[in-house]
Design a protein around this ligand. Structure first.
Ligand code: MCN
Length: 763
């Protein structure tokens, strides 16, 4: 019986639950013995000129080994970094430590090195930075127009990059539409807030090579980032990935602090370590989302959509990182699963005096789904047609051959109407509407809201020549165990379990005898890491391919051993041995074939393109019309990620994703005041979602295999986040729509909901 598709328990968990994980802060390694500890002095103002930094008192403080500023880095030849893409404004450079100007609260300004970790907390207080405040640019609209000044005068603008030409938007796009609605909505800034904050441990070897332990999503990318920031030949850097306590998109590559820790270890010729506090994490780890979207949607009164426009203003924060680029993905996915004859999108990314924005679970695609699904509901309300009906009318019909959208995305396969119908049926949509009518008629203060989102997203993207790809090595050892090396980098997704399942399926070796390794760049020099929900469809497919190729190699060896023709051999998977057809006594175990010579295969799997998972989410909320408080009561979801290899893990990914997506809709938000002071830099202020705010989710099974990889699998890691946000937001608005409310920005906090109800009553 196949092990694939079964609910194999996570092999990672016994360790996590007993001895515990080994995060970067916990790494015990003799090479790190006697390490000093790095602490960062961070800017307390959003925008200021630095007139001087006095480090003398800090230098004299107890236990202080050294203090470094940007001037020291510049003297060592470390140049500020240009933005990641050549089409971004190259004058918007980021120093590792601020030199002449600070551009956000939390920006590292100096590094204090101490003998003991606790000494650093006191010593950083002694660094005296002379700030001369400059006007803070916090509102992205003001930033775009250059009203409050420029973050980088040499750039001549606050605009980093544009995707799609706003000047080319068609003035006649909505001509002939009976119904047109336009609305500017906010896809607010949120914090990735992984349980493990950022950290680094670094040491330079006698051979002049750097070894850096850094929590990351792909050691190879982290190595390239560290080498780039320090101006080193990549060969001189080795990155090792300890256990990673969540990343959610924000631990790709490396951050300036991590490069500085590596540099300090070199300067002092002594290992150095750093772990940030939660407050630092909320201040200075990249944030996510942060888009202002103007949606315009038009069509006929019967609910047919004919035109859609999406205009995006992306707040990239103080330095252009991945966040500045993500609107490209939002634009690519703008029409979502709908067949809209005329659609266009244009995006502008700007810098502001706030924390830089990066990838956050879904990275660009949840923003697209939120925009179109909010627009569809606005349109449905205006046309007076049920939102489920509008969706059914406008979803692309089922397709099995690739479908190219006006924005150039090539959807591999999909059956969006089936997903909608399955979700509506599982939720008892008609019954919910009846219950809603009853409550409205009785004037109940607890009103029911039903929200929908039909989404399609892109997973496993990649611009590699030949197509998105990933490598794997599978080796069988003489003792009957096996080792898998993978270029992916799990940090909660359970690759050890599933990669072992995939190899076991081919080789017959039990999963408990298979070890999966990743994240050490000396061991696995190449790899794309884990992000964009790419791992199973590329990395998992590579494991299967390597296992099959290994059997080919082994078959030749077995033929020689058994003095038979390779074609006459059968592989007995239950015994993990080759036997000669018709002569079961003539056999040789796979493990034996590894005795004389190592038995391993390294391979690269290449896909024809990314895949496009899809689904429908139905959210049911209760809204207290007197207080504005929202209670999430049900989440019924169809998330079709093709063939599911381990339902337990895939469902776990959906659970986590749905919770995060829902949290954005009704709870979480990073807030700044008008001077750029962060108001949500602790978990007392940032309302991090916990299990008490969400119900048990009702997951409907749906599997439409893709032909893009032999597993038939698409990605599931981000799907929950993509569907849940618009479904929950739409549900909250639906709950109070009979009171005249048409829109409430996220998060739908009690205050916002209450205000929307009051304003509409007054009107
Ligand atoms: N899976 C499956 N069948 C499928 C698809 C996936 O059984 N058809 C399984 C895979 O084997 C894997 C898991 O589900 O164990 C997720 O696989 P995949 O969809 O390939 O996604 P990735 O492993 O590439 O994970 C990336 C994705 C991203 S981009 C973010 S962000 C994210 C997420 O995963 N961050 C997470 N999930 C997270 N989960 C945890 N606990 N922590 C994070 O930081």
């Amino acid at each position: 019986m196949s092990i694939l598709g079964t609910r194999v328990l996570r092999t990672e968990d016994p360790g996590f639950l007993t001895t515990g994980a080994v995060y970067t802060e916990d790494v015990q390694d003799e090479r790190l013995a006697g390490a000093c500890h790095v602490h960062f002095v961070r800017s307390t103002v959003a925008h200021a000129r630095i007139n001087g930094i006095d480090v003398s008192a800090a230098r004299d403080a107890d236990g202080v080994v050294a203090v470094y500023t940007g001037t020291d880095l510049a003297a060592a030849g470390l140049e500020p970094l240009p933005p990641m893409m050549p089409n971004m404004n190259q004058a918007m450079v980021m120093p590792l430590l601020a030199t002449d100007v600070v551009r956000f609260v939390g920006e590292p300004v100096a590094a204090v090195v101490t003998e003991e970790p606790y000494q650093g907390e006191d010593a950083i207080e002694l660094v005296d930075v002379d700030y001369e405040p400059l006007p803070a640019v916090v509102d992205p609209v003001a930033a775009k127009e250059g009203q409050t000044g420029l973050l980088f005068p040499a750039a001549g603008t606050n605009v980093v990059v544009k995707f799609g030409d706003e000047a080319a938007l068609d003035a006649a796009l909505f001509e002939g539409c009976e119904v047109v609605v336009s609305k500017t909505i906010v896809n607010q800034r949120v914090a990735p807030a992984p349980m493990e904050s950022r950290a680094a441990a670094a040491v330079w070897g006698e051979d002049g090579r750097l070894i850096a332990w850094i929590p990351n999503q792909g050691a190879q990318g982290t190595k390239a980032a560290i080498a780039g920031m320090l101006g080193l030949e990549p060969d001189r850097v080795r990155v090792i990935t300890p256990d990673v306590g969540g990343a959610f998109g924000a631990k790709f590559g490396a951050d300036p602090e991590q490069a500085v820790v590596c540099w300090i270890a070199g300067q002092l010729k002594r290992p150095a370590r750093w772990t940030e506090t939660r407050n630092e994490n909320l201040l200075a780890m990249t944030h996510g989302r942060a888009q202002q979207q103007t949606v315009t949607i038009g069509g006929s009164k019967d609910g047919t959509i004919t035109a859609y426009r999406l205009e995006i203003l992306q707040d990239s924060g103080a330095y252009p990182k991945a966040g500045a680029f993500l609107p490209m993905l939002t634009r690519l996915m703008a029409p979502g699963p709908y067949a809209i004859p005329r659609a266009e999108a244009a995006t502008i990314s700007v810098v502001t005096n706030t924390t830089p924005v990066g990838a956050y679970r879904g990275a660009g695609r949840p923003e697209a789904a939120a925009a179109i699904d909010r627009a569809v509901d606005l349109f449905a309300a205006e046309a007076g047609v049920d939102p489920a009906e509008v969706r059914r009318k406008n979803l692309l019909p089922k397709f099995t051959e690739p479908h190219q959208t006006a924005f150039g995305a090539v959807y591999d396969s999909g059956d969006y109407v089936a997903a909608l119908d399955a979700a509506l049926e599982a939720a008892d949509y008609e019954g919910l509407r009846a219950e809603q009518r009853k409550r409205r008629e009785s004037g109940d203060t607890l009103q029911l809201g039903i929200g929908l989102s039909s989404y399609v997203e892109i997973t496993g993207p990649g611009g590699e020549a030949g197509g998105p790809n990933e490598n794997s090595t599978v080796e069988v050892h003489p003792d009957g165990t096996a080792t898998i090396l993978t270029g992916t980098s799990p940090h909660g997704q359970g690759h050890s379990t599933v990669w072992a399942m995939l190899a076991s399926e081919e080789l017959g070796i039990p999963i408990e005898k298979i070890t999966v390794k990743w994240g050490d760049t000396d061991l696995v020099p190449r790899g794309g890491g884990t992000g964009g929900s790419r791992s199973l469809q590329l990395g998992g497919a590579a494991v299967r391919q390597a296992s099959r190729e290994l059997l080919d190699v082994a078959r030749e060896r077995a033929a020689a051993t058994l003095e038979a023709s390779a074609a006459d051999l059968v592989y007995d998977i239950d015994a993990s041995a080759f036997t000669v057809k018709g002569d079961p006594d003539a056999n040789v175990p796979l493990a034996k074939l590894a005795e004389a010579e190592r038995l391993f295969v390294h391979t690269v799997f290449t896909a024809p393109g990314p895949t496009f998972p899809f689904g429908t989410h139905v959210a049911v909320v209760e809204v207290d019309t007197e207080t504005g408080k929202v209670f999430l009561r049900r989440m019924v979801t169809v998330d079709d990620a093709g063939t599911v290899i381990n339902p337990l893990l895939a469902e776990g990914q959906r659970h986590g994703g749905i919770a995060q997506g829902a949290a954005q809709a009704f709870l979480e938000e990073i807030v700044y005041d008008t001077d750029g002071n962060p108001l949500t830099a602790t978990f007392a202020d940032y309302p991090f979602l916990s299990a008490t705010e969400v119900p048990s989710f009702e997951l409907v099974d749906s599997q439409t295999p893709t032909s893009y990889n032999p597993l038939g699998a698409k990605g599931i890691g981000e799907a929950g986040t993509i569907g849940a946000t618009p479904a929950v937001q739409n549900a909250v608005i639906d709950a109070v729509s009979h009171l005249g409310v048409r829109h409430i920005d996220m998060p739908t906090s009690p205050q916002r909901v209450w205000r929307a109800i009051s304003e509409s009553r007054d009107a």
